[in-house]
Design a protein around this ligand. Structure first.
Ligand code: PLP
Length: 382
């Protein structure tokens, strides 16, 4: 059990809550979820599903209309055609990653993962018994990777390569040219499977990111991870999906049957409404994130000892704080304890996150302005 890590965003959330209960004014820039409610037509579909009596188990891989809606959405967004049999509906994006790690990882194998990256990758890899091999992301490349560097990490023991664009915690996106080079190089490694975590795929500010699903050569070894949590502000509904290679889909489904049987029915009906409903609520949320990013990034850059590259997607800024004279973890706790600002230390996302801080801008403009002001006051005192 000691191999299993955690996600310190939940610990920061708990500490921020405790300080708030003591009467302190806390601004939470630590949490990785949209600060918007789920759009009303989606909530209504969930309510209606309950009223209509959808109270029982569903198919383990998800109700067919939802998997068909996923297929249509993938076609709309990426122009790809997949069969609904390859889609496995799961309770949140995390489940696909855990299943992939349990399926591919075992002692003696290696799994390559982005660092700094979503902490559950490294945790689940270790838990599987595999050796986690960090793929460095580079600030001067907008937190993308270098395809040559990633390919050089592959050994005969490599089973799985994890990609995440747009990324948590950096907001970084990988340009198509870099992906093209990586995919071309992967032809020399046909036994390496890929898990592409595209859960922030619709929250992009410049060039849309390219889905790995658009590379036909990868179809029989690509696990696509996506879900509703971020795009539709549905983190608490617990709804996500994986698109699995045809040969692996039945195995992934058996894992679901062993683990959770199926996702709760009402969430699945809500998921259909999300995919088939108006795009306007999503556009509005992305526009709000874009406006906040336009404020936060220059404001962070103006703080003493701080520099911040423009994130291409998601709702995180990942400022370099090495000029402040404090380590990431020390700055995280001083910001929380002395300034009432919850952020997450870059080291929570892997060893290569030292010298950075994750700032979530899924918070209102007034809160962001207040937070930047308080951060500036603290940094000036250092
Ligand atoms: N993948 C990444 C990169 C994330 O940041 C998150 C959540 O923060 C997830 C997956 C998990 O999403 P879910 O809440 O749907 O399990």
């Amino acid at each position: 059990m000691h191999l299993l890590g955690t996600e310190s965003a939940f610990e920061v959330l708990a500490r921020a809550g405790a300080l708030q209960r003591e009467g302190r004014s806390i601004i939470n820039l630590g949490i990785g979820q949209p600060d918007f409610p789920t759009p009303e037509h989606i909530v209504e579909a969930g309510r209606k599903a309950l009223a209509d009596g959808h109270h029982g188990y569903t198919l383990a891989n998800g109700i067919l209309p939802l998997r068909e809606a996923v297929v249509a959405d993938l076609h709309r967004r990426h122009g790809v055609t997949v069969s609904p049999e390859r889609v496995l509906i799961v309770p949140g994006g995390k489940v696909t990653m855990f299943f992939a790690m349990m399926m591919f990882g075992e002692p003696g194998t290696e799994i390559i993962y982005p660092n700094p990256g979503f902490p559950i990758y490294e945790s689940a890899i270790r838990y599987s018994g595999a050796t986690p091999v960090p793929m460095p992301l580079h600030e001067d490349k907008g937190f993308s990777f270098s395809a040559e560097e990633v390919l050089a990490l592959i050994t005969p023991r490599t089973r799985l390569l994890i990609l995440n664009s747009p990324a948590n915690p950096t907001g970084g996106t990988v340009p198509k040219s870099e992906l093209d080079r990586l995919v071309a190089g992967l032809e020399r490694h046909p036994d390496v499977a890929i898990m592409s975590d595209e859960i922030y795929g619709e929250i992009v500010f410049g060039e849309p990111t390219v889905s790995l699903s658009t590379y036909p050569g990868l179809t029989d070894r690509l696990i696509l991870l996506d879900g509703w949590s971020k795009t539709y502000a549905m983190t608490g509904w617990r709804l996500g999906y994986g698109v699995w290679p045809e040969a692996l889909a039945p195995h992934a489904e058996r894992m679901a049957i062993n683990c959770h049987s199926c996702v709760n029915a009402a969430s699945q009906y809500a998921g259909i409404a999300a995919l088939q409903g108006p795009r306007e609520p999503v556009r509005r949320m992305v526009a709000a994130f874009s406006e906040r990013r336009a404020y936060v990034v220059p404001a962070l850059n103006a703080l003493p000892g701080v520099s911040c590259v423009d994130p291409g997607g998601a709702f995180y800024a990942f400022p370099n704080i090495s000029g402040t004279g404090l380590g990431s973890s020390a700055l995280q706790s001083r910001l929380l304890e002395e300034a009432g600002i919850a952020t997450i230390s870059g080291t929570s996302f892997g060893a290569l996150g030292e010298g950075y801080l994750r700032v979530s801008y899924a918070a209102g403009m007034a809160q962001l302005r207040e937070a930047i002001g308080r951060m500036g006051d603290l940094l000036a005192r250092l």
